[in-house]
Design a protein around this ligand. Sequence first.
Ligand code: ATP
Ligand code: MG
Length: 192
Amino acid sequence: MSIVGPSGSGKSTLLNMIGALDRPTMGKVLISGVDVFAAPDGELSVLRNRLIGFIFQSYNLINRTTVQNNVELPGIILGMSPSEREKRSLKLLELLGIGDKVQFKPTTLSGGQMQRVAIARSLMNNPTLILADEPTGNLDTKTGSEVFALLKMLSNKFRRTIVMVTHNPELALETDRTLYIRDGRLEKEVVH
Ligand SMILES: Nc1ncnc2c1ncn2[C@@H]1O[C@H](COP(=O)(O)OP(=O)(O)OP(=O)(O)O)[C@@H](O)[C@H]1O
Ligand SMILES: [Mg+2]
């Protein structure tokens, strides 16, 4: 699913509430029937880490450690065993076509490669939902299309829901449905 709308219309705010990063002043957020804000604050981060993968426009990688460690981070927080973490991170990096970069630092990679690392990290804990805030916003058209194609492939392969904010109408048309947001409200929903 894609979310589009003018700058300042509330797309990131909506995504951050779905992802339990921002608390709504009214209403509820249900993910697979779980009312995320009904959980005590301490459990919220656990819930978030287990149910949701995040992908950001500017990748948000930790530059002083390796690609592999970046991908394993959500698994560490979840309490996954080191061998399981390694198995999963290597498999995901392979799947995303950057299996040869595991020991590199993120700063030595191209934008498209960094975003692939971020996508692998978002999948580490096998989340129900992946939230992506302008994941192709910092990439040139060709690289952006490649990253988007990967997201689509993952959504099909793992049957995961991906909610993506985008300013690119062509990419929005390639998602199953688009929510149009304006002035903090849902303007319309278009099923493709
Ligand atoms: N925590 C907050 N409390 C109150 N207002 C906020 C908060 N966060 C964002 N806003 C305001 O809500 C509006 C929507 O911001 P948001 O970042 O969601 O827009 P956006 O659609 O993602 O824009 P862009 O396309 O530029 O990223 C803005 O006017 C912003 O200043
Ligand atoms: Mg935004």
